[in-house]
Design a protein around this ligand. Structure first.
Ligand code: XIL
Length: 319
């Protein structure tokens, strides 16, 4: 294969990228490379609750619509990200819960409306939704969030049922980070899935975010962990892959990064139920890493000038 789109056809794995909607609108080279290389896209921020309903009842769908429109025009599938999360919730909601003006019953109705509205708007256009994101903490406990605190653990089943009613054909996912290797977090997440399945809740997939760094050992157990989930009948996706490094960049670090990317895609390509490998931004020009991890960066497969890095070439050699 000469590019990732051809590789996607060969491996039968959708190869995706998160999309920065400002760059998509303003930078033609960014847009061109995105649409040449990728068969799947995720809005990096534009479908999050704070982006679509910044004030109660005032909806701003422009960014999300632009992502879906780009996908339709360029033969790309879309991952909806994300319906229920503890971050990037609108300020009016957080404040209302904190000051008690929104009680538990109202909160449940607000969540239900949010899911019906957003999933319904894009009904038939989203291949897979991240219904719940990061609901387990790194100790393997249910994450303490307003959802758990006010609605109890049943909010997860409710969210999946509502999403399924709003778009019966979308694949519905639980998505998280560190479940490539963190045993406590993996065990709890598996139990959540088993419990939902026992209750016949419509859950179809597990998303491994895949945020790695070369200063840590590669999570060698990832293939067997993925199999534990897919053996439950779930499909799998790697939803937010990136491989950061402590700066400065060196040729050795780029070679290690390339190996980590290749191993992640190989894990997906080797599992019959893994259908999607999405990177969390494809270019170092627009990556969340420098802003979130002090002293780290260069986490993507293209550099700032949209030149392919060793990691890009390594991906092309998968299978
Ligand atoms: C990040 C975005 O990349 C940033 O632009 C934003 O400021 C914060 O969120 N896990 C997720 C993603 O599920 O939504 C996060 O995206 C990265 C971690």
């Amino acid at each position: 294969p000469d590019n990732l789109r051809e590789l996607s056809q060969k491996t039968k794995v959708f190869i995706g990228s998160a999309v920065d909607v400002t760059a998509l609108a303003d930078e033609s080279d960014y847009r061109r490379t995105l649409n040449r290389e990728f068969t799947h896209i995720t809005a990096e921020n534009a479908m999050k609750w704070e982006s679509v309903e910044p004030e109660r009842g005032r909806f701003t769908w422009e960014g999300a619509d632009a992502v879906v429109r780009n996908a339709m025009r360029n033969d790309q599938k879309v991952r909806g990200h994300t319906l229920v999360w503890h971050n990037q919730i609108p300020a009016w909601l957080t404040a209302g819960v904190a000051d008690g003006s929104i009680d538990a019953a109202e909160l449940r109705g607000i969540l239900r409306d949010h899911i019906f509205k957003e999933v319904g708007r894009y009904r038939g256009k989203i291949r897979a939704w991240d219904v719940v994101n990061e609901v387990v903490d790194d100790e393997g406990n249910m994450r303490q969030t307003i959802w758990l605190e006010k609605l109890g653990p049943g909010y997860i089943a409710d969210a999946f049922r509502w999403a399924h009613q709003a778009d019966p054909h979308a694949k519905l996912y639980i998505n998280d980070y560190n479940i490539e290797w963190n045993a406590a977090k993996i065990a709890t997440t598996l139990n959540i899935v088993k419990d939902l399945k026992a209750k016949r809740v419509p859950i179809h997939g597990v998303g491994f975010q895949g945020h790695l760094g070369i200063q840590y050992d590669y999570p060698a157990d990832f293939p067997s962990v993925m199999k534990q989930f897919t053996d439950l009948g779930l499909e799998a996706a790697i939803t937010e892959a990136d491989v950061r490094m402590v700066l400065p960049v060196t040729p050795e670090k780029l070679a290690t990064q390339a190996d980590y990317y290749k191993r992640m895609l190989t894990t997906c390509a080797d599992n019959r139920r893994c259908v999607e490998f999405t990177v969390w931004g494809y270019t170092d020009r627009h990556s969340w890493v420098p802003g979130w991890f002090t002293g780290e960066g260069a986490a993507c497969v293209f550099d700032e000038n949209l030149a392919p890095k060793p990691a890009y070439n390594a991906l092309l050699t998968v299978r």
